[in-house]
Structures are given as structure tokens and as C-alpha cells.
Design a protein around this ligand. Sequence first.
Ligand code: SF4
Length: 63
Amino acid sequence: MIVPVVDLSECVLCEICTDVCPEVFRMNDAGFVEIIELPEYPKDDVNEIIKSCLGDCISWEDD
Ligand code: SF4
């Protein structure tokens, strides 16, 4: 399965991902973006976020 990952060193905390796709992305208590664990990820939605991400820091990774 492929899962989305965020390179936090490049994340600018614009919150586009958490606003547009809250079923996948959330802000954790430490103030960083994290990926919610899901059995399967909505590929089209995540691909849209990848294009919109201001830090260009979201990608797919083999789990
Ligand atoms: S869209 Fe990208 S830069 Fe913006 S908060 Fe999400 S991961 Fe970080």
C-alpha cells in the first residue's frame, strides 16, 4: 500500500492540507502536520493536495 508522507523540514504550515483534506491530514498537539492512519487513502484528493502544498513536501511512499 502507498501512504502519503510529509517532509516536516520543508512544511511551511500553510494548513492547506488540513483545511482541504482533514480526513487525511491533521495538526498534532505539537503543531505539526501528521497523516491520519487509514486503511486506504483517497488518491485523487491527496494528489490534489500534493499539487497545492506550498512547501512541496508531500509525497507517496510504499508502506
Ligand atoms: S500543505 Fe504542505 S506546506 Fe502546507 S501545511 Fe500541508 S504539508 Fe505543510
